[in-house]
Write a protein that binds this ligand. Structure first.
Ligand SMILES: Cc1cc2nc3c(=O)[nH]c(=O)nc-3n(C[C@H](O)[C@H](O)[C@H](O)COP(=O)(O)O)c2cc1C
Length: 304
């Protein structure tokens, strides 16, 4: 019998729905033992997020400081495959998942194991997955596949619908904007990845530590967004340092810098981001080859 460990962290339940859908074919089979565990930070993060705690999480997320997490109970010593469902916080893996990956327990569980990552996020995950690759290699694991679902309606709408959802808990469509989050259809259809993983496990494919989910549309990288993510990461590093220098999380001094940062970010989103999208569209024909090459790289291991 194959043993699969499924780990996830989800606040609204969306990431959990993706994990449930993908792993359903494994759970339905009597030939696979699936241990399903939620990563739990010792100090809980709020949802919906009040304004200041939301931005207060930003420096620790971008600098991968992690947080203390509860030790997972009743887990086996060895698994054939680990499936890790994680969301993105400020272009980085969420703080609780980073905290878990830095724990002594993760070092033991992940050592020499093939890992499939599942991501459900707004639509900027490429830099975070690079950080996840590093976290996985630090614990001696091998990333064999990655599946990504992004919020419905596209980048521009999600700039409004996702923050509204995270700060108020409201996901419904409004004023011509689509509903927030990943579409029900995408979540439901992600079951097909679990069917393929089940087939692969039956043939011991996970032991080869090569991708099982290639050519299934598991990952689509938007080449025009990669440059935006790189620029945003650089800006986040600078602002993250400034906010951290102002004081400890929750302090008044930090709130002042966060207020300045939030105004800066809103201005950026309303001016530079649309301008950047326009410029990237214009220069795309000249940068086509380089962009396509980087798309291929970031779509690995499970592209097309
Ligand atoms: C603090 C915070 C920062 C986020 N930053 C990003 C981001 O940089 N890129 C992105 O695509 N989504 C981002 N999201 C959206 C999440 O990845 C995710 O879609 C959302 O939080 C719902 O996940 P849940 O299953 O935990 O409810 C952010 C969410 C939070 C709470």
């Amino acid at each position: 019998m194959k043993k699969v460990l499924v780990l996830y962290y989800s606040q609204s339940g969306q990431m959990k729905r993706m994990v449930d859908s993908v792993t359903a074919p494994l759970k339905e089979s009597s030939e696979v033992k699936v241990d399903f565990r939620k990563i739990k930070p010792v100090k809980k993060y709020p949802y919906p997020w009040p304004f200041y705690p939301f931005f207060d999480a930003f420096p620790e997320a971008i600098y991968m400081n992690g947080c203390e997490v509860e030790v997972l109970k009743d887990v086996e010593d060895e698994y054939d495959l680990i499936i890790l469902g994680y969301t993105i916080w400020f272009l980085s893996p969420s703080i609780p998942v980073t905290g878990f990956m830095q724990s002594a327990q993760a070092k033991r569980l992940f050592k020499d194991k093939p890992v499939v990552t599942l991501i459900a996020c707004r639509d900027m995950w490429v830099m975070a997955q690079e950080k996840m690759k590093k976290l996985l290699s630090d614990v001696g694991a091998t990333l064999i596949d990655n599946v990504v679902l992004t919020d419905q309606g596209g980048s521009i709408y999600a700039f409004i619908t996702t923050p509204r959802w995270l700060l108020t808990g409201k996901k419904d469509p409004f004023w011509g904007f689509p509903a927030a989050g990943v579409s029900d259809e995408d979540l439901k259809n992600s079951r097909r990845f679990g069917e393929r993983l089940f087939e692969g496990l039956q043939k011991d494919e996970e032991q080869k530590k090569v991708p099982m989910l290639k050519n299934m549309g598991a990952v689509t990288v938007n080449g025009k967004l990669v440059a935006t993510e790189k620029i945003a990461t650089r800006s986040f590093m600078v602002w993250g340092k400034l906010i951290q220098a102002a004081g400890v999380p929750g302090s008044f001094a930090r709130k002042i810098v966060i207020t300045v940062y939030a105004v800066f970010l809103a201005t950026l989103v309303l001016t530079i981001v649309p301008l950047n999208i326009l410029v990237r569209r214009l220069i795309y024909p000249f940068r086509k080859n380089a962009i396509e090459k980087s798309v291929k790289y970031y779509e690995k291991p499970s592209g097309r």
